[in-house]
Design a protein around this ligand. Structure first.
Ligand code: ZN
Length: 288
């Protein structure tokens, strides 16, 4: 054995390494914006990445600051998850970024948006999210109260594998603007807000909104997915305000399963296994 491996042999070894066969999932965290414990995008994304790194064949890549300094990090991604503040300041709608994402979507890259990342302005940004993930939070139409959603039953879908019925308080947005006739939308989490919740006392801007109150008794879709004609997949999840919710095994499993599904990876029969301790939850929190 020579002391130095010939360059050609090294190249061959690298090309054959398992790393080249891993599935890359890019998780993008937004900048700090809220009080401690809320909108902890950095801590949340790193926690999800830690869990995904335990899945054989998955290579999670964390990007901070809302958008990568070099978008080429997306080039070989099979799925991208955005967890950040949205609205008019949404990082994905700045400069030419919708076009960058369009070229990725055209290649069938999966796209998921968590919590405020499902909100973009009506118009072109909203239309793009309708196309890519099936729905978005539309200001004045959707609403964002804090309430305890009770998920009494889960539909049969790879994203719900191993997820048991659960109930949890969060800023669960609802009355999401979906595609007309809910075309192609597969509802994953459905719950019924109480009339008190519909009054919007904790919504911003403050309720009540007439159309929300008048829909009393209606079930609302709080997480969903779509399969796009281009072969790509989309996922929307309106929870994720409270960082501590990532400690809930069902809440967390649904999003981890979604990350695999978006990347067109088989979800294990019992869902993605993961364990998160209180110490894990306390890691990477934004400075107070
Ligand atoms: Zn929030």
């Amino acid at each position: 054995m020579p002391r130095l491996l010939p360059a050609l042999l090294l190249t061959a070894l690298c090309a054959a390494s398992p790393a080249s066969e891993t599935v890359k999932i890019v998780l993008v965290a937004g900048n700090p914006s809220h009080a401690p414990g809320d909108h902890e995008f950095n801590a949340g994304v790193k926690l999800l990445a830690k869990c995904l790194a335990e899945v054989p064949g998955i290579e999670p890549v964390v990007v901070q600051g809302g958008w990568p300094s070099d978008p080429r990090v997306f080039d070989d991604a099979r799925a991208i998850l955005f967890y950040m503040d949205g609205g008019s300041g949404h990082p994905i709608i700045q400069a030419d970024r919708l076009e960058v994402l369009q070229s990725l979507m055209d290649r069938g890259v999966g796209l998921g948006c968590l919590h405020y990342a499902v909100e973009v302005p009506k118009g072109k940004p909203g239309d793009k999210l309708l196309e890519w993930i099936g729905g978005y939070y539309e200001t004045g139409y959707s609403t964002n109260p804090h309430w305890k959603a009770e998920f009494k039953a889960l539909p049969d879908h790879p994203i719900t594998r191993g997820v048991e019925p659960f109930a949890i308080e969060d800023e669960w947005y609802f009355n999401i603007r979906f595609r007309p006739m809910m075309a192609g939308i597969f509802p994953l989490l459905v719950a019924r807000p109480s009339d008190e919740t519909r009054q919007g006392a904790t919504s911003a801007p403050r309720g009540p909104y007439k159309h929300i109150v008048e829909a009393s008794g209606r079930d609302e879709v709080l997480a969903w997915c779509v399969e796009r004609p281009d072969g790509g997949r989309g996922f929307g999840f309106t929870g994720g305000h409270n960082h501590e919710n990532w400690g809930d095994p069902n809440f967390r499993k649904l999003v981890l399963n979604a990350a695999l599904w978006l990347a067109r990876v088989d979800v294990p029969p019992d869902g993605v296994p993961s364990s998160v301790t209180p110490e894990d939850l306390a890691q990477n929190l934004d400075p107070k």
